[in-house]
Ligand binder design. Structure first.
Ligand code: GAL
Length: 857
């Protein structure tokens, strides 16, 4: 094999683009870029990044999440900025609590990590209305995300506000802060076609608007093939041309794989801003799962083929508290199958396998920033990419991108086994430190939890029955069906549509109703009795209800409660996508149809309980709440209230709401979000043993078919206190609150399986500064503050079965007491996997170490 250093391609000539144009008075040029990488303080950087959206957790846990991100090998934390919560009323700003963006950025900075700030202001992100404030929609003449002066003015005003705040707080890198990148817009390329010529003009305007803010850091336009490059505002002098060229937008890739991506200019680095670690959950859908072997493969392929910046979307997903979930029907959990789970616990083996990958890539950093990769085809679906340092030393990535056949390749005089759909990383062009398909990191396979019924008796509960129909004196009447969002202005999920149907003497009393709705769900009451429930789904929120009804002679009331489950956040013109009932037809027994859509309809925004503030702590002792021996259960539109004592400890809590239907819940006045465990996903479409090989999409490897998307609802620890806490639920369909329990994790079962021929952990190579003769290691780590309290299984030889069900095989060295000695009482321990260390129960046979342990608080 020819190991000679290739000449640097001409495109690689250092064309570092100094962003000196933008910050008055500051000469510092700390963040720049060239065709290979971002350049920080004059040095090209290979960066691992991860998304954590600050309002999807509480400030109390931000330091811990960021610590776990750093330990997982991240350099950068990426977040969107959520306009609708920062400016709930035009001109009135809010940056407190979960929305304290400055505090979040400072927390990242204190941990020594960097920030990519995606200001947008369009976020998408499965966030209500994509992050736009609803008041924006009511500015007469406005059109979102296009060449519209009113929109542009408002967008620029918000961009200016955020950039100004960041500058005031000295958060940009040139000011000594953590922000190294900023984003304007978001994936506009996907919708640009719908806005015609105005769309293209808007892209140019957005790019210029961003640059005019003089942030001193490069701007990104993700998924934007026409991201301006360069913007020549003034070509009269070559200096200004140079300066303006420095203000281009870097177009970046988003997707499950980005190895084939090339930026739209040879001056820009290959960057990946959204690498989906899993996918989001929607009510009524199975739970998405992306196997870590595939995720690691995608990352390794990206760095193999010239990438230098990669961001996991999400590294920690968190929770859509309150009514922040986008829609329609995005679930409250935004867990995302991310390396850190919704509750802030490390998800294994995802976190650990990626950590090993990051360490392996770190060992290659100096090579990656020194050259473009040299390509070698090694066979069918088999290739290598090699990076050289000027000294001619090299690092290599060997890939088998076929999805079926394992292979053995010869490279640099040695042979290497490459499982299908895998990449091996050789930081010295010789030793494999990591293979994406070989998971040697610890696996977590079960939690032990306390699972306490909230109350022991139904008499602890109080309730308030919401009466169907109009309840207040601010109702109003129109002779047509109104679109819901324009009517409620999203002040509530609920809108009552009520009318009456008159049955004349002699007319039949049995009939049908045909109700059509744009979404998202509706309860139908005839003469104050529930007769039907209809709902859509995330992909199509519209639905119709055809229901037989029985009427009485004379006046009959028809009350329809139309319910929103998160405003649309994605797609062309998503901001004007409507909701609510748009047609009601009365059908008599002979199928004669009477369209009553234009009859007189009375409207009431919201529920009476919302108006009364039943969710608030201040109402907890109000006489509005009924109490008694017979708690009404399994009936619709009821508010429930109970006080409960939280399990002790400092870990987060979860409410198990399996016994409930659909509604919203509050703990001590804080909304923990919408719940809908009654909505089961279709029974088919999941696989028991999912094959990670081959292209992933969000419908592959799904879990929990035929089950609710979400039964557990996160209650942050900081929202409860010792003693009595208040839980309020508003149940729409019917459920049994006495079955609700509160969970907290007390222990974790973990295991490790490592073979003698597995690579040693990459961190041992960093520790030992080289590739000596280290053995592979079984490493066991508990959550910080937890300890290994028991070892349930340990065998070196040919152990059989999987985590949780290991059995000793024919070849077995009983090393239980040795492992216990090394691990019990420790937060972490590692056991070298070698016969020298563990004894040799069967010489000349390849042996595996399997350990099962329990971590407890
Ligand atoms: C992307 C978008 C993200 C998020 C993601 C799906 O298209 O940029 O904000 O919505 O899809 O989770």
């Amino acid at each position: 094999m020819d190991m000679k250093k290739p000449l640097l391609p001409s495109a690689l000539v250092f064309v570092s683009v100094f962003v000196v144009c933008c910050f008055d008075g500051a000469l510092s040029a700390s963040v720049t870029y060239d065709n290979r990488a971002l350049i920080i303080d004059g040095k090209r950087r290979v960066l691992q990044s991860g998304s954590i959206h600050y309002p999807r957790s509480t400030p109390e846990v931000w330091p811990e999440l960021i610590r776990k991100s750093k330990e997982g090998g991240l350099d950068v934390i990426e977040t969107y900025v959520f306009w609708n919560y920062h400016e709930p009323v035009r001109g009135e700003y809010y940056f407190e609590g979960r929305f304290d963006l400055v505090k979040f950025a400072k927390t990242v900075h204190e941990a020594g990590l960097l920030v990519h700030l995606r200001i947008g202001p369009y976020a998408c992100a499965e966030w209500n209305y994509g992050g736009f404030p609803l008041w924006l929609h009511f500015i007469p003449g406005i059109q979102f995300r296009t060449t519209n002066d009113l929109f542009k003015q408002e967008m620029l005003r918000f961009l200016t506000k955020i950039v100004g705040l960041m500058k005031e707080e000295k958060l940009f890198a040139s000011q000594g802060g953590p922000i190294i990148l900023a984003q304007v817009e978001n994936e506009y390329e996907l919708v640009e076609w719908a806005y015609g010529v105005a769309g293209g003009l808007y892209v140019k305007w957005a790019a210029e608007a961003a640059i005019s803010l003089n942030t001193t850091v490069p701007w990104v336009m993700c998924r934007q093939g026409d991201a301006p490059d360069p913007i020549f505002k003034d070509v009269s002098s070559s200096l200004s041309a140079f300066i303006m060229r420095s203000c281009v937008q870097i177009n970046t890739c988003n997707g499950f794989y980005c190895d084939r991506f090339t930026p739209n200019s040879p001056l820009k680095p290959k960057m990946w801003t959204e690498n989906y670690s899993g996918w989001f959950k929607s009510f009524g859908y199975p739970i998405p799962h992306r196997p870590v072997e595939d995720l690691a493969f995608a990352v390794a392929r990206f760095f193999e083929t010239g990438g230098t910046f990669q961001n996991y979307y999400m590294y920690f997903g968190g929770t859509n508290f309150g009514r922040t979930a986008g829609g329609p029907l995005v679930a409250t959990s935004y867990d995302y199958d991310a390396p850190i789970d919704e509750y802030g616990f490390i998800r294994q083996p995802k976190w650990g396998h990626l950590r090993n990958l990051h360490l392996a890539i770190k060992l290659c950093d100096e090579y990656l920033i020194s050259s473009d990769p040299t390509h070698l085809q090694l066979g069918n679906n088999l290739e290598a990419h090699i990076y050289y340092k000027p000294s001619n030393e090299c690092a290599a990535f060997l890939a088998n991108y076929g999805s079926e056949q394992d292979a053995t390749v010869t490279y640099n005089g040695a042979s290497y086994f490459l499982p299908a759909w895998s990449v091996s990383i050789l930081p010295d062009c010789k030793n494999v430190v990591f293979n994406t398909a070989k998971v040697v990191s610890q696996r977590n396979f079960a939690y032990t939890t306390t699972d306490d019924k909230l109350t022991l008796s139904a008499t602890s509960w109080s309730w308030y029955i919401e009466k169907p129909g109009v309840w207040g004196n601010n109702s109003f009447t129109e002779s047509r069906l109104l679109e819901q969002i324009n009517t409620t202005k999203d002040t509530s999920d609920y809108l009552w549509y009520t009318t009456s149907i008159n049955i004349m003497p002699g007319q039949p009393k049995d009939a049908f109703l045909l109700i059509e709705s744009l979404g998202h769900a509706a309860l139908v009451f005839v003469n104050k009795k529930l007769v039907a429930f209809g709902y859509g789904n995330h992909d199509d929120a519209s639905f119709s209800i055809f229901e037989k009804i029985s009427l009485v002679k004379g006046n009959n009331t028809l009350d329809i409660l139309s319910m929103m489950v998160g405003l649309q956040n994605f797609g062309p013109w998503f901001d004007v996508q409507g909701a609510g009932v748009f047609s009601v037809v009365f059908v008599d027994p002979w199928y004669n149809k009477y369209d009553i859509s234009s009859e007189e309809w009375t409207y009431q925004v919201g529920l009476e309980g919302e108006y009364l503030g039943l969710d608030e702590v201040i109402q907890a002792n109000s006489s509005l709440w009924a109490k008694g021996n017979i708690l009404p259960i399994n009936s619709s539109l009821i508010w429930y209230k109970v006080s409960f004592s939280a399990p002790q400890g400092k870990d987060p809590l979860a409410l198990n709401l399996t016994s409930m239907g659909k509604g919203q819940a509050w703990v001590n006045g804080q909304s923990i979000g919408r719940y809908w465990p009654a909505y089961l996903s279709p029974p088919d479409g999941c696989t028991e043993n999912c094959d990670y090989r081959g292209e992933y999409d969000s419908t592959k490897c799904q879990q929990s078919c035929g089950q609710p998307a979400q039964t557990l609802y996160h209650v942050p620890r900081s929202w409860v206190h010792p003693g009595e806490n208040l839980l309020v639920l508003h149940e729409e369909l019917g459920g049994d609150p006495t079955q609700i329990s509160v969970l907290t994790r007390t222990g974790q079962e973990i295991c490790s399986i490592v073979s003698e021929d597995d690579p040693p952990p990459a961190d041992s190579w960093i520790r030992n500064k080289g590739f000596g003769s280290q053995s592979p290691e079984a490493q066991l780590t508990c959550e910080q503050g937890w300890h290994i309290t028991s070892i349930n299984f340990a065998s070196f030889g040919s152990p059989q079965g999987n985590c949780g069900s290991f059995k000793a095989g024919a070849c077995h060295a009983n090393i239980l007491s040795m492992v216990k000695k090394a691990c019990i009482g420790e937060e972490q321990c590692s056991i070298p996997v070698s016969a020298a260390n563990l004894g040799d129960p069967c010489p000349d046979v390849l042996k595996t170490l399997a350990i099962e342990a329990i971590c407890s608080e």
